[in-house]
Design a protein around this ligand. Structure first.
Ligand SMILES: [Zn+2]
Ligand SMILES: [Zn+2]
Length: 74
């Protein structure tokens, strides 16, 4: 993941989790460089994004195919 504050790229497991300093419990990944609290993306959101991605990519493929047919016909 990329730190939203300093832009430092680091692995989620590399970041500090459960720091104990966040109010209401730490549910974030702290940047190892600046300690910025990056919100942790729940697993289901990633799945949702994948589903959307798949849908849009298949749609794009369909349009690409129809355009290809058109260009061949003309
Ligand atoms: Zn940072
Ligand atoms: Zn924390």
């Amino acid at each position: 993941m990329i730190c939203g504050f300093c832009g430092h790229e680091f692995d989620e497991n590399e970041g500090k989790r459960g720091c104990g300093g966040c109010p209401g419990g730490c549910h974030s990944v702290h940047c190892p460089r600046c300690n910025y609290k990056n919100p942790l993306e729940p697993a289901f959101i990633g799945k949702l994004k994948n589903m959307l991605k798949r849908k849009t990519s298949s749609d794009a493929g369909a349009t690409e195919n129809s355009e290809d047919k058109k260009s061949k016909a003309s």
